[in-house]
Ligand binder design. Structure first.
Ligand code: KG4
Ligand code: ZN
Length: 335
């Protein structure tokens, strides 16, 4: 038959994930989240690699089982080549290469950031080209002009920290465990976003900077704690709401500018931070005002997952874009 069944692996950071896509339909998305990093306040690369090593066979087995498929039913195997942590990427890459060799099927390399964007084609309303995608994760903050499934151009990016990193680092200052982004979101829902104000960086073009505001927050908390040592505990909701409000304002200001300049009204968000409820709501509001068509991914496809790698792999399979056995991971891969 002419079936296209692809197994996809994601192992760029701290989630080990496998997914099966059959003829363009993502059948499942198995994610093993690594808990070991929590107590360290950040991802420890060496521990991530070891956990991937332990999790990869079980997640692949489960994906095949849930799809009701055997290894022999697969037509290709895909993996995240980068960007990400070298040791973590190496586990997925080596697994995929060995699997392809053993089963005598082609290999497909996928760019993790491109895959975050292509998550929009998994289900629901799919964006029409060209569209702009604000890709916001723990490692990246980009405005991408998406011309087709595989043709994308980064038109703006952060010059220093990613917004997810800024969320996580400020959460750490507030004494919250890693990853703090979702917790800031949770507290922010009960707080006043205008309780405190923080300076927004003035950066040219569509670029971003999040390191200055992180420092401003550090000094702000230090000052407040001088007057009241319980300042954080007593004002957690308002502090989180105000910080989140500032991050969102910075993100959307540049997105709006890019949309106007490029005359594009199809706007998407992707990546871990696109799970943020404040960002989702603010984008909807902005969309109403500017009559944008917005695309917001389902929660399971916001943070790292193999479903998005599978979707990207399907498009690459159709384009005949395969990878050789000599491929190695690319921690700083761009597109
Ligand atoms: O895409 P992702 O899973 O991994 C990377 O490729 O980096 O993104 C993880 C990032 C973390 O910084 C995490 O704190 C952030 O996404 N994040 C959130 C939320 N959910 C995840 N940040 C703010 N609000 C959320 N609800
Ligand atoms: Zn990611």
């Amino acid at each position: 038959t002419g079936d296209i069944n692809i197994l996809a692996i994601e192992s760029s950071c701290d989630e080990t994930s496998a997914s099966i896509v059959a003829n363009g339909k993502v059948l499942n998305n198995i994610v093993a989240t690594q808990k070991v990093h929590e107590k360290y306040g950040g991802v420890i690369p060496e521990l991530a690699s070891r956990a991937h090593q332990q999790n990869i066979v079980p997640v692949v087995d489960q994906a095949l089982k849930e799809a009701g498929m055997d290894k022999k039913d697969l037509n290709a195997v895909a993996f995240t080549r980068g960007p990400g942590l070298l040791g973590a990427l190496l586990v997925g890459t080596s697994f995929a290469k060995a699997f392809a060799l053993g089963m005598n099927i082609p290999l497909i390399e996928v760019n993790h950031m491109q895959a975050h964007i292509l998550a929009h084609f998994i289900e629901g309303k799919t964006p029409s080209f060209p569209f702009l995608c604000l890709t916001v994760s723990g490692g990246h903050t980009q405005i991408v002009l998406v011309k087709s499934h595989l043709e994308m151009e980064v038109i703006g990016k952060t010059l220093d920290d990613a917004v997810g990193e800024a969320f996580d680092k400020t959460a750490k200052l507030l004494g919250l465990p890693y990853p703090g982004g979702p917790l800031v979101d949770k507290y922010a829902q009960q707080g006043n976003p205008n309780a405190y104000s923080f300076p927004m960086a003035e950066i040219k073009g569509y670029d971003y900077s999040f390191s200055g505001i992180k420092t401003a927050i550090l000094y702000f908390l230090r000052e407040q704690k001088k007057a009241n040592e319980n300042f954080i505990e007593e004002n957690m909701n308002d502090i989180c709401a105000s910080i989140q409000h500032t991050f969102i304002a910075m993100l959307l200001q540049k997105l709006k500018k890019a949309a106007n300049k490029h005359k594009i009204r199809h706007i998407a968000i992707a990546g871990g931070v696109s799970a943020n409820s404040g960002l989702r709501a603010s984008l909807q509001e902005l969309a109403k005002k500017h009559s944008w068509e917005v695309y917001i991914p389902d929660f399971q496809y916001c943070t790292d997952n193999a479903g998005m790698i599978a979707m990207a792999a399907h498009f690459k399979y159709l384009a005949g874009d395969f990878t050789s056995q000599t491929v190695s991971p690319m921690p700083r891969m761009s597109f």
